[in-house]
Write a new protein. Structure first.
Length: 277
């Protein structure tokens, strides 16, 4: 979940050159007269100011690309030009995956798959620290999403409620195939696309066999009272499975079935509580 060394080298070559150009255009730190001195000698505080100046004056990205003061190739300039599509804001780092790190937007709950640069993000944060709230700038880079090299962390922790909401935002995006791992895909297209569907087994025949068998489950007065709701739950579960695995799933019907099952579960609880030890 990080760039290759070659990709990270390229990213920083382009970023240092762009930041130096913006520094020169705005007259910041004039004593740093070339990119190498800027990279090595500029303080972190001054670099933070210049970094923000890039995003506050994004028209200078076009100017940099047009003038090409560093003699970059067409491909390299195309990468820099895409940085006008930066996304700046606060994000929760929700979890680390093999493919990328999950960022959840604080503002919109949109979910992003972000690559590290020289270091994977799980080398910078511990899993036990998550979710962590950071201020970041996300950038497109060669079909991936990266951060721009600087993360500002907030010294806050979150209880189960907020942590659960952040987790739900990720799980919803995962379930509906809406984790944004490239800015090359327009947002409207991403929101419209359906969840990925693979060829899966048709369970309907097996479920119908089980439904037929479950019809034999009957509980009369001769049986313990608990049998009745338990047998009903077996039959309801199979009906739910039949509806959930149908070609055209009726969500309203599923909700109705689940509510009915909930009432039956409550009935079973009551009967169990009344049982003598």
């Amino acid at each position: 979940m990080k760039l290759s060394t070659e990709e990270a080298d390229l990213f920083f070559k382009l970023m240092w050159a762009l930041q130096f150009y913006v520094k020169q255009e705005l007259g910041i730190c004039p004593e740093l007269s070339d990119v190498a001195r800027y990279k090595d000698d500029c303080s972190l505080e001054d670099k933070s100011v210049i970094r923000q100046a890039v995003y506050d004056n994004s028209h200078l990205i076009d100017k940099f690309v047009a003038e090409n003061p560093s003699g970059f190739t067409t491909e390299e300039l195309a990468i820099v030009s895409q940085w006008k599509g930066f996304l700046q804001g606060d994000f929760y780092i929700e979890r680390f995956l093999k493919k990328h790190t999950i960022f959840v937007s604080y503002q919109t709950e949109a979910v992003y798959g972000v690559q590290g640069l020289y270091e994977a993000l799980d080398e910078m944060f511990y899993s036990a620290q998550l979710p962590a709230l950071v201020k970041a700038v996300l950038l497109p880079f060669k079909g991936k999403i990266v951060y721009d090299g600087l993360l500002h962390g907030y010294n806050v922790s979150f209880g189960r409620g907020i942590s659960g909401n952040i987790k739900d935002a990720y799980l919803k995006a995962k379930q509906n195939n809406r984790i944004i791992d490239s800015f090359d895909v327009p947002s409207a297209t991403l929101l419209a696309r359906p969840a990925k569907k693979q060829a899966i087994k048709d369970w309907q025949p097996e479920i119908r066999v089980l439904q037929a068998q479950a019809k034999q489950l009957k509980a009369g007065d001769a049986y313990p009272a608990l049998y009745s709701p338990v047998f009903s739950l077996v039959k309801m579960s199979l009906d739910l499975a039949e509806q959930a695995t149908a070609d055209n799933v009726d969500k309203d019907a599923l909700y109705k079935m689940l509510r009915k099952m909930g009432l039956t579960v409550n009935r079973a609880y009551k009967l169990l509580e009344r049982e003598d030890d």
